[in-house]
Design a binder for this molecule. Structure first.
Ligand code: FAD
Length: 323
């Protein structure tokens, strides 16, 4: 039965995050020939609304409001609840990002609905949509079906292929007014820890360092390799705890979950808590001087050696290929 599915368009630094386009592709499956509607909160949506349509949204609803310029769970959940109230969708899909992870349980509680979080794939079997999500820190997967009520789900970045961008697609863009009151949080200023760079959770290549990197300076060849491959640098908790890098780089059970095309683990032992955040990477390369390191158990390619000898060789090789 065809459905109306809303997709939260997540804006960062005036651009839509890729996961929003992936969410549109997911919504198309859930809608089953019905309507996919993009939702943009904040300031003037302009080109972003058109972009959502080019990636498959049938129409876009925008909400302009001063209180929605920066994300606060309070203001955003109030706005979304009013949109849901007015539009009565059958489903609402967000990215499994910091914002999506914060917002979705609030919406579920307000809507008294269930929530399927961290979806890595969707399939249609016998006209039923099955959502697959990891459990037990990625050791197993469960498949879930929503039998009744609103479909509320977050999708993990980099797992669902967005639809081909089609600039000839057209669709209606309408604006809606909402009333936001009794805010308990007001954002006065946003101070960024790091400027620019590729977002770790959406990077296609991640070069990650562990305690074996041994110092802050030890991360320099990792950064060089990541820059060369158009990727981002990540880290194990061992490296973060040792103060070699910032905790914002931590990958794992208590850090970020990444699913790049290529994950290069340098001086990382492969503890279960780290593996939970990267085991779904498409190709895993491990560099470790201990041939018994558990990381080799999940690696597609293993290099037994000193990372400070191996990385310069890789950098030299890739430089000669890319120049
Ligand atoms: P180590 O285990 O010390 O491994 C260092 C590796 O570097 C070794 O295998 C060594 O052989 C190799 N090495 C050393 N020198 C070199 C060299 N020159 N060249 C090549 N290899 C070298 N960890 C995470 O990563 N993410 C999490 O989210 C996370 N969450 C956790 C949550 C809980 C509740 C707990 C209890 C733990 C968590 N941990 C997490 C910690 C985890 O258990 C490990 O302690 C941590 O991942 C180890 O980091 P590491 O592999 O960098 O360090």
């Amino acid at each position: 039965m065809s459905k109306k599915i809303f997709v939260f368009g997540e804006i960062r630094e005036s651009e839509l995050r890729n996961v929003s386009f992936e969410a549109i592709a997911a919504a198309k499956k859930v809608a089953d020939g019905g309507e996919v509607v993009g939702l943009l909160l904040g300031g003037k949506a302009g080109n972003l609304a058109i972009e959502m349509i080019h990636y498959g949204a049938d129409r876009v609803v925008t909400v302009e409001n001063d209180q929605l310029q920066a994300y606060t769970p309070d203001a955003y959940s109030q706005a979304i609840m009013q949109v849901i109230d007015a539009e009565k969708p059958d489903g609402f899909i967000l990215g499994h990002t910091a914002v999506g992870k914060d917002l979705s349980p609030r919406l579920a509680a307000k809507l008294k609905s269930g929530l399927i979080s961290d979806v890595v794939s969707l399939e249609v079997v016998d006209e039923k949509v099955l959502f697959t999500r990891p459990i037990y820190s990625g050791k197993a997967f469960e498949k879930l079906e929503v039998r009744e009520g609103l479909v509320l789900a977050t999708i993990r970045p980099n797992n669902i292929t967005p639809l081909e961008k089609d600039v000839s697609r057209t669709g209606d863009v309408s604006s809606m007014e909402v009333e936001i009151k009794n805010l308990r949080t007001i954002i006065k200023e946003i101070v960024r820890k790091t400027a620019g760079g590729i977002d770790l959770s959406e990077a296609k290549v991640v070069v990650s360092g562990g305690r074996g990197v041994k110092s802050k300076d030890g991360f320099k060849p990792l950064q060089e390799l990541a820059d060369l491959l158009g990727g981002a640098v990540g880290a194990s908790r061992g490296a973060c705890d040792s103060d070699y890098c910032d905790y914002s780089l931590q990958i794992g059970q208590t850090g970020k979950v990444v699913t790049p095309d290529l994950y290069i683990a340098c001086g990382i032992s492969g503890a279960i808590q780290h593996v939970a955040g990267m085991s779904n990477s498409k190709v895993i390369v491990a560099i470790n001087k201990d041939p018994e390191a558990p990381i080799f158990g999940i690696a597609d390619y293993g290099i037994v050696g000193d990372l400070f000898e191996v990385l310069p060789l890789l950098i030299e090789e890739f430089t000669s290929v890319t120049v």
